[in-house]
Design a protein around this ligand. Structure first.
Ligand SMILES: Nc1ncnc2c1ncn2[C@@H]1O[C@H](COP(=O)(O)OP(=O)(O)OP(=O)(O)O)[C@@H](O)[C@H]1O
Length: 522
């Protein structure tokens, strides 16, 4: 007799295990709530006389308890009670729920006893004709995530615990999936918005200038745009190098992805590599998380490296390797990652001179100098000044809600005779300011910066044949002298020059400025 009972016990355990295995196979594929619902009801069909009463999940505030799933059939005959008490949000403090959540492995309530003790919910439990309500905490690790309520006459401990564990994991997966989906949707929307913005701000038609030099630029751009060739855009500051880079990207087959931009001069030397190539967690002090670099971000798109001439030598070596191998290695990482990135780089420096001076690697220069595009300075294309000025007047007049429509001939004359050290950017800012200061329909006056006629030294400063680098060097030294050698912080040279202290430091290093220069008597 004892043997028969033991055999039955073993057989039952095997049936339970087979049933749980079946359920876990179904649940493993679940990604959404309807899928979980289908899996649960499929399995309950096999568990004789068992009904899912309710699954509740705990909200983000850890207090509110939301109905997640229930058997619609149980509503019959107790609609009002169901709608008012069962399928409305409750709290984890409700006495039955609190007991269930505090229990180790759940509780069993005898339906008849509950009815006798006046438990209002037990009335609809009773309507099912089933004897017990099994209620179990749903947990992931040590964290309560909800409760599971099942009606049945008898369920084994093994089945109950197995069901609760599988359902807990499935719900946690669904919630994580929903969060991920919402996050993805948000990123997609942001991406769309940014693309629209960029599309609005930059497109080919917004490059103004129809003189022969710009025609040559357009010809080169259209020849190279739809290839994967690296483009080197050369030109003084403010000549529109970034505008050209974006137009090349927008005219290429990569236009559906955002162009990624890195300004090599704006990054402290010690962060350049991590910015470009990414880093692994713990790669250096402060690297708390793994971060992907701009190369990975620009995969299948264009990476615009502005001010490439400022890239430190060490990063130049790494960049060369990435261009050759078409794969990156994150700082502190061992694994290489394939990238498909089109490079457009720009500089206002004479890179050949930089190579001669040992500040730029010759091999990298040759790799980058595959397809150079030279942007002419504004002073060499005086005929473009008029259409550019008109374009900026229309743009800023609209932006500021003004009705400035025309520019007076006198203003055009003034604009044409100025030398434009700051190029198109300087013209743009000048027009923006002038539009704001104008109340009439015609721009009668622009406030071109003038040096005092008496200050012969300053005039020489402008018209002498000094290179941009020499002027930059002399100006930085002047400012440093004025600040008694203080580089960063309040009253420091970086503050006056409106650049970060680190940038000024690396610029000084590049230009070979030492204390002897700014502490000298002259
Ligand atoms: N041909 C042009 N048509 C219309 N706008 C222009 C043109 N060239 C330049 N601009 C405008 O002038 C400003 C400066 O251009 P951009 O930033 O592209 O210059 P840059 O050469 O990259 O400058 P930097 O060397 O300082 O990085 C931008 O607002 C740009 O839209």
């Amino acid at each position: 007799m004892a043997n028969i009972m033991a055999n039955e016990e073993v057989a039952k355990k095997q049936r339970d295990l087979a049933f749980l295995l079946d359920f876990s196979r179904d649940v493993a594929h679940v990604r959404t709530k309807p899928e979980l619902e289908a899996a649960i009801f499929r399995v309950f069909d096999k568990l004789l006389h068992t009904k899912l009463s309710l699954i509740q999940v705990i909200g983000e505030d850890s207090v509110t308890l939301y109905p997640f799933m229930y058997d619609q059939a149980l509503r019959n005959g107790s609609n009002e009670y169901f709608d008012e008490k069962v399928v409305v949000p409750g709290t984890v403090k409700e006495s039955y729920t609190a007991k269930v959540l505090a229990s180790e492995e759940g509780l069993v309530f005898n339906v008849d006893e509950e009815v006798a003790s006046g438990n209002a919910r037990a009335k609809f439990w009773k309507a099912t004709g089933l004897g017990n309500m099994y209620s179990l905490p749903l947990r992931v690790g040590d964290k309560n995530i909800g409760t599971l309520w099942l009606l049945a006459n008898s369920l084994s401990e093994l089945v109950l615990q197995g069901l609760a564990a599988q359902i807990s994991i499935a719900i946690a997966n669904i919630q994580a999936n929903e969060k991920l989906f919402a996050y993805k949707k948000q990123l997609e929307n942001e991406n769309l918005y940014l693309k629209e913005q960029i599309g609005k701000i930059y497109n080919f038609s917004e490059i103004i200038g129809s003189g022969p030099q710009m025609q040559e630029v357009y010809k080169l751009m259209s020849l190279v745009a739809d290839s994967n060739t690296t483009v080197l855009v050369l030109g003084e500051t403010g000549t529109g190098k970034e505008l050209i880079a974006r137009a090349i990207h927008n005219a290429s087959s990569r236009k559906d992805k955002l162009m990624v931009k890195v300004n090599c001069a704006a990054l402290p030397a010690n962060l350049v590599e991590s910015e470009l190539f990414g880093h692994e967690r713990g790669a250096f002090t402060g690297a708390f998380d793994r971060r992907i670099g701009k190369f990975e971000l620009a995969n299948q798109s264009t990476l615009f490296l502005d001010e490439i001439g400022e890239l430190p030598l060490e990063a130049q070596a790494k960049l060369l390797r990435v261009i050759q191998e078409r794969e990156v290695e994150r700082v502190g990482g061992k694994q290489t990652i394939k990238v498909d990135v089109r490079l457009v780089v720009a500089t206002n420096r004479d890179l050949e001179n930089e190579v001669k001076a040992g500040r730029f690697r010759a091999d990298l220069f040759f790799r980058l100098n595959v397809f150079p595009i030279n942007l002419p300075p504004l002073r060499d294309r005086i005929d473009d000044i008029e259409p550019l000025a008109e374009y900026f007047v229309a743009k800023y007049s609209k932006n500021a809600g003004r009705r400035v429509m025309k520019i007076s001939p006198r203003v055009f004359q003034q604009l044409r005779s100025y030398t434009w050290p700051g190029n198109v950017r300087e013209l743009e800012h000048l027009i923006e300011r002038s539009v704001l200061l104008t109340t009439e329909n015609t721009l009668q006056e622009v406030f071109i910066p003038r040096k005092p006629a008496t200050d012969q030294q300053e005039n020489n400063f402008i018209i002498s044949n000094r290179s941009l680098e020499e002027v930059e060097r002399a100006y930085i030294i002047e400012v440093l002298k004025r600040c008694a050698g203080k580089i960063s912080g309040t009253g420091g040279a970086a503050e006056i020059l409106k650049v970060p202290g680190n940038t000024l430091h690396s610029k000084m290093k590049k230009l070979g400025i030492t204390k002897a220069d700014y502490f000298s008597k002259s």
